[in-house]
Write a protein that binds this ligand. Structure first.
Ligand code: MLT
Length: 205
């Protein structure tokens, strides 16, 4: 049965050789936001793109925050599990290849993808995180992320993400055995051409 817990877009794959993508938008986005970007990253991939179910003054997000960079951690945990349950149901319903499901998250969506890796590592194979920050401070459980690759793509002029967060997040994920590559390039918080190049390289391996 098609899961209805999250409004979402599903696009079937054009080639099973391409990894299925879970697209997670930033604050104020929706399920359509990253479709063109995902297509540019990996045109043949199946796509599952949910809309965040938190409404912050009319802007959709994946979990509540109290202020910029200050998160409601109870809500983060609750919604991470809810989204993980949705992903598991959607993988079944759409017959997605769970062993290759790769999150592509931007900003709040990247933060949610990192929370999924930390709390429900079984639902993702790999992740590309554009402009993430540290939300959950507990490291991943030992060996919970072995075999998973993570790209963190950060902007050196990002006014939102504190400069030490990309490497701190990488360490939290490495504690679980993830293979994490941190790339800091000449960008601000918004997606830039270099993100496309980095993401394509990551997904083509
Ligand atoms: C955002 O604006 O979405 C923040 O940078 C990240 C977050 O709140 O999760």
């Amino acid at each position: 049965m098609i899961p209805s817990s999250y409004i979402h877009v599903y696009k079937p794959s054009a080639s099973l050789a391409a990894p299925p993508l879970l697209l997670l938008h930033g604050t104020g986005g929706n399920e359509h936001d990253l479709l063109a970007f995902g297509n540019a990253l990996s045109p043949q991939s199946a796509v599952l793109s949910p809309r965040g179910d938190v409404n912050e003054n009319g802007q959709a997000r994946f979990f509540r925050r109290l202020a910029e960079g200050v998160f409601d951690l109870n809500d983060v945990v609750k919604r991470t599990h809810a989204l993980a349950d949705f992903i598991e149901a959607a993988v079944q319903a759409y017959a997605l290849d769970a062993k290759r499901l790769t999150a592509v998250g931007f900003s709040n969506g990247a933060n949610m993808a990192a929370c999924l890796l930390l709390l429900r590592p079984e639902v993702l194979a790999h992740a590309v995180l554009f402009r993430p920050m540290v939300v959950l401070k507990e490291p991943a459980k030992p060996a919970s992320l072995v075999g998973k690759r993570v790209l963190i793509s950060s902007g050196e002029r990002d006014p939102i993400v504190p400069a030490d967060h990309p490497e701190r997040l990488a360490e939290l994920l490495r504690a679980g055995g993830a293979n994490v590559d941190v790339q800091v390039h000449r960008a601000s918080h918004g997606l830039a051409e270099e993100d496309l190049t980095l993401g394509r390289g990551f997904l083509s391996v």
